[in-house]
Design a protein around this ligand. Sequence first.
Ligand code: ZN
Length: 249
Amino acid sequence: MIRFYALILALIWAFTASAYTVVIDAGHGGRDAGALGLVTKEKHINLAVALALGKMITENCPDVKVVYTRQTDVFVELNERAAIANRAKADLFISIHTNSTAAGTKGTSVHGTETYTLGMHRANDNLAVAKRENSVIMLEKNYEQKYEGFDPRKSESYIIFELMQDRNMASSVNFARNVQNQFQQTACRVNKGVYQAGFLVLRQTSMPSVLIELGYINNANEESFLNSTSGQQKMAQSIFNAFRQYSRK
Ligand SMILES: [Zn+2]
């Protein structure tokens, strides 16, 4: 009889343990290329790292379900990305992007990784990143209605983020710090830190969520690293290590 109860308990554990879901969101895709480098586009780097990360989690964490917002080069609207995570009742949302300075393909010496959580834009630099990433909604039909008049180019639009209370903030920041530390330790990248900014895609998710900027696509060295299979593997490995360290509660 004790064995029977042990079996039932094991089954309950297996059932509840398998309930942990991670959504991996490869930024941009399809007609939205994201930031442009000299030899590649942001959307391709994001997808390669997202797929590599998902593979590592699937192979090493049988208790975790991986859901992707896209697995191919297709356009997915921002609010649909968040809706996918909400429908999946995800426990963690990881949005993967690649950064660029305003100089674009002219190039920059700026380099390094940043990880963002949703929050107030205290610095103008963070606002610039949020504006650029949010501006993709202008490629969607009826974006003004869908996002309730939000104009991604106007600073005034971002006031809404200052009024928000994010109950997932502590968990999000915790995971973001793990990610940044791992980029430094595992992938030998320059850690530019954890920041908060007003990202629409994070605003609409109802679980701990981060937006990662893997590096600057308009920095020639960083672009060639991020465009290489070994570089993409190291970035995925870093996020995977951070996920393993993160308390999944
Ligand atoms: Zn992006």
